[in-house]
Design a protein around this ligand. Structure first.
Ligand code: HEC
Ligand code: HEC
Length: 188
């Protein structure tokens, strides 16, 4: 073996080793676990109830963080606390892998409201992504139910849902803008 071959071999094993944690999350097991979620979050994470969020195509890091936060009670919701009580870290990783790999939902939003929301949405895109597709810990907002998004903005503003950046942003945002922003992101 010459030295080029040797370094290629090392690279190959290193690459195989480094990709292990990613492939550890098992979409098929996640799909099985997700059967109990469908009664509220809909088939493949496409929810038909505007109070219950779409999970399809949501960022897997964000999903993982939220499931852990419901489990510990850092994010308060009675339904989700009981749904997460018996999930292991592995279940959570598998569920996040499954939902994040599904095709995005498109909730839609009132067109006139969405238009006025668009003019206020620029400041959100730095974190939530240029098309609001999300990124890691920053959730996808595109296609989410406007009613759900508005509720969350209110929860950040009152502090009933905790998040440093979102509490700071909603503190300075008039509540009158929530509906328009929610309609805009829902329409994407
Ligand atoms: C009985 C109805 C119900 C069931 C069943 C349910 N959920 Fe939920 N889920 C909700 C509601 C309601 C919310 C919104 C909570 C809030 O307003 O903060 C939610 C929120 C979430 C969120 C946060 C989404 C976001 O955008 O922040 C995740 C993630 C989630 N659920 C995952 C799951 C998973 C995974 C399962 C199955 C193991 C499940 N849920 C089962 C009702 C349910
Ligand atoms: C500095 C970064 C940052 C900016 C700017 C920002 N966000 Fe967020 N946003 C976050 C983070 C981080 C979270 C996730 C909080 C958590 O983990 O609970 C979040 C969560 C949210 C959620 C909850 C989504 C869900 O699925 O439950 C909504 C709604 C939201 N942001 C709307 C907005 C809007 C509207 C704007 C612009 C007015 C905005 N954000 C600007 C960082 C940001």
């Amino acid at each position: 073996m010459n030295s080029l071959q040797q370094s290629l071999t090392v690279c190959f094993f290193l690459a195989a080793f480094l990709t292990l944690p990613v492939s550890a999350a098992d979409i098929a097991s996640g799909e099985q676990k997700a059967e109990t979620c469908a009664s509220c979050h809909g088939p493949k994470g496409h929810s038909s109830n505007a109070q219950w969020p779409n999970l399809a195509a949501q960022q897997s890091t964000y999903l993982t963080n939220q499931l852990k936060a419901f489990k510990t009670g850092d994010r308060i919701n009675i339904m989700m606390q009981s749904m997460t009580a018996n999930l292991s870290n592995e279940d959570i990783a598998n569920l996040a892998a499954y939902f994040s790999s599904q095709k995005p939902a498109k909730a839609g939003g009132d067109p006139a409201l969405a238009k006025s929301g668009e003019s206020k949405a620029g400041m959100c895109l730095g974190c939530h992504g240029s098309t609001a597709q999300g990124n890691g810990q920053f959730p996808r907002l595109a296609g989410q139910h406007p009613e759900y998004l508005e509720q969350q903005l209110k929860a950040f503003k009152t502090g009933s849902r905790k998040s440093g950046p979102m509490q700071a942003i909603t503190a300075n945002l008039p509540e009158a803008d929530f509906k328009a922003l929610a309609a805009y992101f829902g329409s994407l």
